[in-house]
Ligand binder design. Structure first.
Ligand code: HEM
Length: 395
């Protein structure tokens, strides 16, 4: 499915699977912001617009009437299963009740409850890798944190997180080979059905038990919808956070001054984390145009698709001083890595805990590490960005 024809003009033929974009999208986004600022490609779907300026992306995110999230996974390319996954694929008024049902499990207070388990998991993992000479920070470390954290919140043993990770990997491979995607779906549905049946028989106060008991606005949730809500948490929460943790560590492996400063001043970690979120924002999302509208100097028609490039908006010099630099003490930092408006990331509090604990544990156990000379750092392709391999030497 991946088409890596050469790109002559990024403004009219952009491709987020092209190796130049995958390796280093920042100069491309800078060029597009200066030249267009809304680019277009005919490579995917019936064509996809790409707004790249902070101002345009934020305005679109707030206008849910003109820009609908109510498409199905087909818009997003091969790796996302078909059909709607509530609440991310719902528009008002259907969106709010579903979001409200999930919200109690994602408040800062509720998250604080999970923090010790996430900290212990990161600590154990970092400790287990610390005496090696070489580690792949993306594969050996970052990859094993988000899925375990979600498992704990769902009321499932952290070790099952590895199964979740495998499903996400199959979905990603599904971009190239549809049987992988079908294989993931064929395992996910019965697995979550079993979990739901179990919570019905044995009420519990974990997220699945809560949704089974409370429903949406007091109405029971049908099993398919409930499974879709749970699967969304995996799709939205695993590779996204993996990408962020991996990119933050990649930066620290290549920038000794920042790394040493964070080791010496751990109180800077929350500010540094926000800067990593801005600099290496990992997620772009799709919208469908509902009525003829103008963005920048282009006119979009009903049915047109656009990709909300939150990561490009985060690098807009109109919104951030020295936007192309990673400043670990940057303040204020009004990044949009978690989106904004009604679909703003439901899991942002969880993601922040995971990223902060992952970085704190790694820097504590392994204060000295650097990219292995000659090592190839590889990155995910497409609408989700993050390193897939970051080989480092330790000590
Ligand atoms: C660094 C990690 C993460 C990033 C960068 C990120 C980014 C985003 C973005 C940009 C959106 C907006 C979607 C839109 O506008 O269409 C979003 C929505 C969402 N995220 Fe995250 N996310 C992260 C981690 C998580 C985690 C850990 C979870 C939960 C386990 C999660 C669950 C969700 C959900 C459920 C939505 C949909 C909210 C709604 O439609 O109301 N995310 N995320």
């Amino acid at each position: 499915m991946t088409d890596i024809r050469d790109v002559d003009d990024w403004a009219t033929d952009w491709d987020h699977h092209h190796p130049d974009w995958v390796d280093d999208p920042f100069p491309i986004w800078d060029e597009l912001r200066n030249r267009c600022p809304v680019a277009h490609t005919n490579r995917y779907n019936e064509g996809v617009w790409l707004p790249t300026r902070y101002e345009d992306v934020t305005a679109i995110a707030h206008d849910t009437t003109t820009f609908s999230s109510g498409h199905d996974g087909a818009t997003a390319g091969g790796s996302v299963p078909r059909g709607k996954f509530p609440p991310i694929h719902l528009d008002p008024p259907d969106h709010l009740p579903v979001r409200r049902a999930l919200l109690p499990f994602f408040t800062p207070r509720r998250m604080a409850q999970w923090e010790p388990a996430i900290r212990a998991h990161c600590d154990e993992l970092a400790r287990s890798l610390a005496d090696r000479d070489e580690v792949d920070l993306a594969r050996d470390y970052a990859a094993h944190i988000p899925a375990a954290a979600i498992a704990v919140i769902l009321g499932i043993p952290a070790s099952v997180g590895e199964k979740f990770r495998t499903w996400m990997h199959w979905l990603e491979l599904g971009d190239l080979e549809v049987t992988h995607r079908d294989r993931a779906l064929a395992e996910m549905w019965p697995y979550f059905q079993e979990q739901i049946d179990d919570r019905r028989a044995n009420p519990s106060d974990d997220l699945i038990g809560h949704l089974v008991a409370e429903g949406i606005d007091g109405e029971p949730i049908d099993d398919d919808t409930l499974i879709r809500m749970l699967v969304l948490l995996l799709i939205a929460g695993i590779d996204t956070t993996w990408g962020l943790i991996g990119a933050s560590l990649w930066h620290l492996a290549g920038n000794a001054d920042d790394r040493r400063r964070l080791v010496a001043e751990p109180e800077l970690l929350p500010t540094a984390m926000e800067e990593f979120l801005r600099s290496f924002a990992s997620v772009s999302l799709y919208r469908k145009v509902t009525t003829t509208t103008t963005v920048g100097d282009v006119t979009m028609e009903p049915g047109d698709t656009l990709l909300m490039a939150f990561p490009a908006a985060c690098r807009d010099p109109e919104a951030f001083d020295r936007a192309d630099e990673v400043l670990i003490d940057r303040q204020p930092n009004r990044h949009v890595a978690f989106g904004l408006g009604i679909h703003r990331c439901l899991g942002s509090n969880l993601a922040r805990i995971e990223i902060e604990q992952a970085l704190a544990a790694w820097l504590h156990h392994v204060p000295e590490f650097e990219l292995r000379p000659g090592a190839e750092v590889t990155w995910a392709e497409g609408a989700l960005r993050g390193p897939r391999s970051v080989p480092v030497t330790i000590g």
